[in-house]
Write a protein that binds this ligand. Structure first.
Ligand code: FUC
Length: 816
């Protein structure tokens, strides 16, 4: 082990390696999804753009184009008190019954009592994320038969484009969503003057989809009204339902059209552009969520861009996007993948990849798509990315399009820090803070506890009660799990002021746990319960099939995580008090996860038999990933037990389940198995519109299927791909961080380079490898750091000053 103190980068090398370390150097098609034919106007085939608040799905039709629109606050329902004062009377008794092994009685009591208030009279207050509507374009003198058709999504500059030729005229369409200007903009042009003509109209699906029946079945939205907005504009106005009354949120979309050449006329079918050379359509939209005025807000937004030609809008938008997107470059060889990218359309590559063709560059494209989707659906000031990201095509969305916090919401943000998009986590942090007040009420009413809890399915309305079915709804550890994101942000960014703001939130979650955990009379250890292990069931010793026990492993691991993080946060903020002493005592007395007779890590505190041994949730492996309780450095026995559990769980699953398995395999150092999971995740999915709990796959637009579409698989896989290349969750006993480089490189990716990945401790890291071996490492330190690079079984100790760059070339790496 050799230590390089104050290791300075030679300037000549810095210049020579600039291309390696800065920005994407991949050929253009490496960052493009492209197709030879139009897509259906669905969330499965249309291509997404988003500015963190507004989203559009672009189908790319020739004679007719439908652009499906979303605004992330378009939520039916409203604030309502779901807390159930009758619940508390069942808590102590259900614990007593479970400790006594009387599962049948406990199950009945919990199902009856430990639930929120729910019933036809309140259920639609919960609400539902919905589509905003659509923008239809019907082209004049167009036929579906075109030549040279291509549509594409360019991830690097965040635009979707359509191009085709009809009767010798080439038409192009470009659609962007601009965060700085707050609009969706379309640019339509023809290469023959006066050849562009179309009618544009706004609308909204009339009937709620009945495929996702989680709500009462009552109306969720009123008919919308579309009306002219001056001679060159349209307005879509509507109001959502709040329970059974049409007095929920008001929403509004405002469209304005400008042309070069030609005319614009307004009629019953919308706006008609005739004989133009080109046209720019700009759309602003808003709701009255949190007291906003959608009329004034959309007018002001359009006024703000009134004098901006499309080129200026586009320049502002692409620079803003590139500021985030271009921080990370990933190239996976071997050479030849780039050719594949330009000769095969994305859906052809998808099918070939699932069949086992190597195409490592396709995995790199998928990784960058995840970063693109996070940037597009989560920007400071907005709501977090929900189950749909922010793209909804229906009035009813699957699982309400909610913020599901027993895996999905958290998974959406797994890559935010490591894939160098820290800003995108701001909406999650803000959302967590909004749960504290209602969650404190729920903690008091349901559990007579201080602090706060979060629910399994959160809404923008402050729903924090346990779910109406405790089989999934009784999971009181969501708040503690969410708090790990606050701590992780500090680990990467080192922002003490932000940590001070997070402290009361983390403390509140820990205060709840201190009251919630109870002593198991058999062991004297602290356990959580009654609780489910999301969302599996087991056969209890008394023959009952149930979900409920004391001390399910996931709860114990999340409690370990929160307590550990709270103590680390207090150390970082340089204080110790009676509260931290209580946390330390509880941590020391927490029941640890157990290893069963067959060597597997147990899902529950007892060796119960799972009802579904291949269940998609792999909750008890939280401590391996995303947690850090089981590490190859500290407790290899638990890691081995986790591996056995994962093997037993099997290799199939829904989208997010496979993404999680990829990350777990990465932590186990098994890149080849992780890549096998990625191939399963990327098998072409059937375009079905009914919920399925057992199928996954990927749609032609590369969005993840649950089915239908659920964004977590995309975003989770992106985080897992980072874990294959870089891991930074372990520390040595002296507190120095261990940075594992290429800890789980799949053997099918022998050549490659990556730059811009982030490690905990404030490091930005670039790697290059060849023949499966590292040949170059470059680290930039935001702040002073002492750490160990772990390359297989070799360690290199390093330290860096704030702002310093360290470079290790192949000679140095070969002889540390
Ligand atoms: C949880 C999961 C489901 C789905 C839903 C949104 O209930 O078990 O698979 O992801 O959330």
């Amino acid at each position: 082990m050799i230590s390089f103190r104050h290791f300075l980068l030679p300037l000549a090398f810095a210049a020579a390696s600039a291309a390696f370390a800065d920005g994407p150097s991949a050929p253009p098609d490496a960052l493009t999804l492209w197709y030879r034919t139009p897509g259906a106007p669905t969330v499965m085939e249309a291509l997404p753009v988003g500015n963190g608040r507004l989203g559009a799905l672009v189908a790319g039709g020739v004679a007719r184009e439908r652009i499906t629109l979303s605004e992330q606050t378009v939520w039916s329902g409203g604030p309502h008190d779901f807390d159930n004062p009758a619940a508390l009377s069942g808590l102590a008794e259900s614990r007593r019954l479970l400790f006594a092994g009387r599962y049948a009685e406990a199950d009945a009591l919990i199902r009856k009592k430990l639930v929120c208030k729910w019933g036809p009279e309140v259920m639609d207050y919960f609400g539902n994320f919905q589509t905003l509507g659509f923008l239809d374009l019907a082209f004049i003198d167009h036929e579906e038969n075109s030549s040279d058709y291509r549509r594409e999504l360019d991830l690097a500059t965040a635009a979707t484009r359509v191009r085709y030729t009809i009767k010798g005229v080439t038409y192009t369409r470009e659609i962007i969503a601009s965060a700085p200007d707050g609009v969706i903009a379309l640019r339509l042009s023809a290469d023959r003057p006066g050849a562009l003509g179309f009618t544009a109209n706004l609308g909204r699906p009339a009937q709620p989809e009945e495929n996702f029946p989680a709500t009462s079945g009552r109306k969720l939205t009123d008919p919308v009204v579309v009306s002219p907005h001056g001679p060159d504009g349209l307005i879509l106005r509507g109001r959502l339902y709040q329970n059974d009354r049409p007095d929920g949120l008001r929403f509004l979309a405002r469209l304005r059209v400008n042309t070069e050449g030609g005319t614009v006329t307004s009629g019953p079918d919308g706006l008609t552009v005739s004989r133009a050379d080109s046209a720019t359509l700009v759309l602003a939209a808003s709701t009255d969520y949190q007291g906003r005025d959608p009329e004034a807000a959309s007018l002001a937004t359009l006024a703000g861009v009134a004098s901006k030609p499309y080129a200026a809008l586009r320049a502002t938008q692409s620079a803003d996007h590139a500021n985030l997107f271009s921080r990370v470059s990933l190239e996976l060889g071997p050479a030849g993948s780039a050719t594949t990218a330009s000769t095969r359309s994305t859906n052809e590559r998808l099918a070939a990849f699932a069949r086992g063709e190597p195409d490592p560059a396709f995995a790199a494209l998928y990784f960058q798509l995840g970063r693109y989707l996070l940037i597009s659906s989560s920007r400071p000031g907005g709501l977090p990315a929900n189950l749909q990201g922010l793209w909804a095509e229906t009035i009813r969305t699957p699982w309400h399009g909610a913020y599901t916090a027993n895996i999905n919401l958290q998974m959406n943000y797994w890559s935010a820090e490591s894939a160098n998009l820290a800003e995108t986590a701001a909406p999650l942090h803000a959302f967590i803070a909004t749960l504290v007040e209602p969650g404190s009420r729920t903690a008091r009413i349901h559990y007579d506890a201080p602090g706060w809890v979060a629910p399994v399915h959160a809404t923008p309305w402050g729903f924090t009660s346990p779910g109406q079915n405790p089989g999934w709804g009784l999971f009181p550890l969501s708040a503690a799990w969410l708090c790990r994101h606050l701590w992780e942000s500090f680990e990467y960014e080192g922002d003490h002021a932000a940590l001070r703001r997070s402290w009361p939130v983390m403390k509140g979650a820990a205060e709840f746990l201190l009251a919630w955990l109870v002593t198991d009379p058999a062991t004297g250890r602290l356990v959580s319960g009654p609780a489910n292990s999301p969302e599996n069931r087991f056969l209890a010793p008394d023959g009952t099939e149930t979900s409920f026990s004391m001390g399910p492993s996931m709860d114990q691991e999340i409690a370990w995580d929160l307590f550990t993080n709270v103590l680390a946060a207090a150390r970082a903020l340089e204080f110790e008090d009676a509260f931290t002493a209580r946390v330390a005592a509880a941590l020391a007395n927490l029941q640890a996860p157990r290893i069963g007779r067959d060597g597997r890590l147990l899902e529950w505190a007892q060796d119960y038999r799972e009802i579904d041994p291949h269940h998609r949730h792999i909750s008890h492996l939280f401590g391996l990933y995303p947690g850090r309780q089981f590490t190859r450095t500290d407790n290899p026995a638990l890691v081995e037990a986790a591996r056995r559990s994962l093997d037993a769980r099997g290799d199939s699953g829904t989208g997010w389940s496979l993404a999680w398995k990829m990350a777990l395999r990465a932590r186990l150092g098994d890149g080849d198995r992780a890549l096998a999971h990625l191939r399963t995740l990327l098998h072409p999915a059937e375009p079905v519109r009914t919920l399925s709990m057992s199928h996954g796959g990927t749609y032609p637009n590369l969005l993840c299927a649950h089915p239908p579409m659920q964004i977590d698989g995309n975003l989770g896989a992106t985080a897992a791909l980072v874990e294959l290349l870089l891991q930074s969750h372990e520390t040595l006993p002296d507190g120095r961080r261990i940075i594992r480089l290429l800890p789980a490189l799949p053997s099918a990716w022998p050549e490659g380079s990556v730059s811009g990945l982030r490690a905990r401790g404030g490091l930005t890291i670039a790697l290059r490898w060849s023949a499966g071996r590292l040949t170059e490492v470059r680290l930039n330190a935001d702040r002073a750091a002492a750490f160990v690079l772990r390359l297989g079984d070799r360690d290199i100790s390093l330290s860096a000053l704030a702002g310093q760059t360290l470079l290790l070339d192949s000679a140095r790496l070969a002889n540390p």
